[in-house]
Design a protein around this ligand. Structure first.
Ligand code: C5P
Length: 221
């Protein structure tokens, strides 16, 4: 009898874009489909974990057996993650979180002005959810993602160190965004390891195996 790789583990995952309000009918978002995060949630569940998926707006259905918490903005995502992080063994931050939110968002719909001048938006930084969870004193084992458009190697290893996470998964944004397949590169303290191109669900299963292999063994009760 082979126990499942993540049996008894609680895995918290973020996925999808965030949606930042401009006014009641307009938002700023990005082109993340959520496919990678949802595939990882499914793979972690298949590996026996209890999975909580904090998801920005996507067109996807929650994978079987996964508890999904729906959020819109980065601030909402931050609150949902911080409420679950302390009880989780692993945090996998796949969401494409907006770096900034609109500081002067309006409670009523912005109107066209008689003089034709467009409104000006002001921005303020969103919380860095991954860096905050990684800094928790006895927080979960953290995995970050980095979608870069160039110089993946250099940027991803620097990002791993800056975020303070043991594992960072890199991919080329132009290759992975919205696609059904992907090519992941794992960055850890020993260097980088390229994984073969694969359908996102296959890539997710391989990634879950790599995560399970690296997790610290749990102290016996
Ligand atoms: O460099 P960047 O901040 O985009 O790093 C990407 C990683 O950080 C991803 O794992 C993403 O989910 C996470 N992130 C976050 N909160 C932010 C920005 C990024 O958790 N505000």
């Amino acid at each position: 009898f082979q126990p499942k790789l993540l049996a008894g583990r609680r895995v918290l995952i973020t996925a999808g874009p965030t949606s930042e309000k401009i006014d009641p009918v307009r938002v700023i978002t990005n082109r993340s489909s959520g496919k990678m995060g949802y595939a990882i949630a499914r793979a972690a569940r298949e590996a026996g974990a209890e999975v909580i998926l904090v998801s920005g707006p996507t067109a996807l259905a929650a994978p079987y057996g996964v508890r999904r918490i729906d959020v819109e903005s980065a601030v909402d995502m931050h609150a949902a993650v911080m409420a679950e992080a302390g009880r989780s063994d692993v945090f996998i931050s796949v969401a494409a979180v907006a770096d900034w939110r609109v500081a002067n968002a309006s409670d009523s719909k912005l109107k066209k002005r008689a003089d034709g001048r467009p409104p000006s938006l002001e921005f303020e930084p969103n919380p860095d959810i991954l860096a905050e969870v990684a800094a928790l004193p006895s927080g979960p084992w953290c995995v970050g993602f980095a979608a870069e458009t160039e110089n993946l190697e250099e940027h991803a290893q620097a990002k791993r160190v800056r975020k303070g996470v043991p594992l960072l998964v890199g991919n080329l944004a132009q290759r992975a965004m919205n696609a059904d397949d992907t090519e992941l590169v794992l960055f850890d303290e020993t260097g980088h390891h390229a994984m073969p191109p694969a359908d996102k669900i296959i890539a997710a299963r391989r990634l879950v195996e790599q995560i399970a292999r690296r997790l610290p063994v749990r102290p016996s009760p």
